[in-house]
Ligand binder design. Structure first.
Ligand SMILES: *[C@@H]1O[C@H](CO)[C@@H](O)[C@H](O)[C@H]1NC(C)=O
Ligand SMILES: *[C@@H]1O[C@H](CO)[C@@H](O)[C@H](O)[C@H]1NC(C)=O
Ligand SMILES: *[C@@H]1O[C@H](CO)[C@@H](O)[C@H](O)[C@H]1NC(C)=O
Ligand SMILES: *[C@@H]1O[C@H](CO)[C@@H](O)[C@H](O)[C@H]1NC(C)=O
Ligand SMILES: *[C@@H]1O[C@H](CO)[C@@H](O)[C@H](O)[C@H]1NC(C)=O
Ligand SMILES: *[C@@H]1O[C@H](CO)[C@@H](O)[C@H](O)[C@H]1NC(C)=O
Ligand SMILES: *[C@@H]1O[C@H](CO)[C@@H](O)[C@H](O)[C@H]1NC(C)=O
Ligand SMILES: *[C@@H]1O[C@H](CO)[C@@H](O)[C@H](O)[C@H]1NC(C)=O
Ligand SMILES: *[C@@H]1O[C@H](CO)[C@@H](O)[C@H](O)[C@H]1NC(C)=O
Ligand SMILES: *[C@@H]1O[C@H](CO)[C@@H](O)[C@H](O)[C@H]1NC(C)=O
Ligand SMILES: *[C@@H]1O[C@H](CO)[C@@H](O)[C@H](O)[C@H]1NC(C)=O
Length: 376
């Protein structure tokens, strides 16, 4: 086995001393075989260590630098994710294992200028999701960090999980795996409360939520995140305004170590102006709207109770329009006017009317033509 440092030594020596041998090596170089025997050698929650055999000869290792590009693709994804170009045939990587993942690795030979001389095909390996129905998987998992190093995480039980399923949460940081000790129920969700002191805010945290029920396997859920992304900071303390209008405050306890990492936001509200203005425009509109409504309501009620609406809506009789000539030419003298009316030809519209008051009108009764209007 050639120690890695040889690679750099050869880089400088090769062109001068071994150029003939190097040319021979290049000329003799055949297709590279892909790596073999990809094996998971260790696994801690979703943290998987994989090793492989590159199958490269000693002569190749002496004459070139070797890199192992590593890529992965989840079962539910279409694209390979470039990850690393490794120096050693071993790698540790954290995965969301419940999604199932393909990993692939290949051999690449570089010359002294880090240019690719040759590369092999990929070798692909799959890591199947852990056993259990996907519908038993914890979902909607989320965490919040507060008061510097206290963490609450919550999740929903899988839809197909037995309702007596006991979910367990494990978390891993700095090569240590711990189990949640304080479980809780929050509004239909399951949760875990992690006491201050066990979460390192500056290290990514790896989570596994699994569960146990003898009759049904609960699929294990894996995730990894940066705790700082979910941190809710405590507000500054000891806020004061000095007579020369300098504003001062202190960091809340436990945050003072990293004071240079913080930015502050200072909100100044002008109490003289802002609230009163906004009062007038806003409240005046509301009061106006309410007033219009109230007045409208009162008017309507008044009309209703005095039957005014009915009276107003009723059409006012106007005989002048129908008996234009009676009023225009005969000055309302009905008898005169009647004598001049031509009997209506439509027989079925003419009904005999007996008028009893005076003998004159009796004679005229048979000519009286019925109109659809009552005389007053
Ligand atoms: C290249 O191949 C020739 C003939 O097979 C052999 O003599 C020579 O040693 C090889 N050179 C290297 C650098 O492998
Ligand atoms: C690389 O893959 C191609 C296409 O699958 C195949 O033809 C070739 O033989 C492979 N080469 C090696 C060295 O396995
Ligand atoms: C495959 O790799 C594993 C772990 O490195 C090793 O124990 C085993 O002997 C290897 N098998 C072969 C055939 O190389
Ligand atoms: C899951 O979370 C989303 C977003 O927070 C929410 O809208 C949804 O109701 C949650 N599902 C359940 C079953 O609680
Ligand atoms: C916040 O943490 C400090 C020490 O880390 C502790 O003294 C204090 O009681 C905690 N406050 C709350 C609201 O939990
Ligand atoms: C976290 O959980 C604890 C214990 O149930 C609770 O007292 C606390 O209010 C929660 N804090 C947040 C920010 O959800
Ligand atoms: C579980 O569900 C069954 C019916 O589906 C119900 O009878 C039982 O009370 C539930 N148990 C709990 C602990 O909620
Ligand atoms: C849950 O995961 C932890 C950590 O990997 C493991 O020790 C435990 O046996 C698992 N429990 C179940 C029920 O799968
Ligand atoms: C698993 O679920 C079944 C059916 O809901 C229940 O009868 C049984 O007690 C559960 N077992 C455990 C260990 O929780
Ligand atoms: C304001 O007053 C404080 C204390 O009296 C002093 O330390 C600070 O320098 C002053 N700032 C300015 C801008 O004058
Ligand atoms: C401070 O002012 C900004 C800009 O007006 C605003 O977006 C923010 O919500 C305010 N924050 C608070 C706590 O009032």
């Amino acid at each position: 086995m050639v120690p890695p440092i040889t690679c750099f030594a050869i880089s400088f020596v090769l062109p001068i001393l071994l150029s003939d041998g190097y040319m021979d090596f290049l000329a003799n170089l055949t297709d590279l075989n892909p790596p073999t025997n990809l094996t998971i050698v260790d696994r801690q929650l979703g943290e998987v260590t994989i090793s492989w055999n590159d199958g490269l000869s000693e002569i190749i290792k002496q004459h070139s630098c070797i890199r192992y590009p590593f890529e992965y693709k989840y079962f539910d994804s279409h694209t390979w994710q470039e990850d690393s170009r490794l120096l050693q045939p071993e790698y540790m990587k954290r995965f969301e294992l419940h999604r199932g993942v393909y990993i692939r690795v290949k051999n690449v030979l570089l010359d002294e200028h880090k240019r690719t001389i040759k590369e092999s095909n990929w070798t692909v390996m799959d890591i199947q999701p852990p056993p259990g129905d996907q519908e038993t998987l914890a979902f909607n998992f989320s965490c919040v960090l507060y008061n510097h190093s206290t963490m609450n995480c919550t999740w929903n039980s899988g839809r197909q999980a037995a309702n007596d399923t006991q979910y367990k949460m494990y978390y891993r940081q700095n090569d240590v795996t711990l189990q949640c000790t304080h479980y809780m129920d929050v509004g239909g969700k399951k949760g875990c409360h992690i006491d201050p002191g066990t979460v390192d805010v500056e290290e990514n945290i790896l989570i596994c939520v699994n569960g146990s029920n003898s009759s049904r396997t609960i699929q294990q859920y894996y995730t990894e995140f940066d705790p700082q992304e979910y941190e809710v900071y405590n507000p500054p303390v000891n806020l004061e305004v000095l007579p020369n209008l300098t504003v001062k405050w202190d960091m809340p306890p436990a945050y003072d170590i990293n004071i240079h990492c913080f930015a502050f936001e200072l909100n100044v509200t002008d109490l003289d102006q802002e609230p009163v203005q906004s009062f007038n425009v806003y409240w005046m509109l509301i009061i106006l709207a309410v007033l219009v409504m109230v007045v409208g309501l009162i008017v309507m009620l008044a009309f209703k109770s005095y039957s005014m609406l009915e009276l107003v809506l009723k059409p006012i009789p106007c005989p002048q329009k129908k008996f234009k000539s009676l009023f225009d030419e005969y000055n309302g003298d009905f008898q005169n006017w009647m004598n001049c009316q031509v009997p209506v030809s439509k027989v079925d519209e003419c009904l005999p009317v007996v008028i009893e008051e005076s003998p004159q009108t009796e004679e005229l009764g048979s000519f009286h033509c019925r109109q659809s209007m009552h005389l007053p």
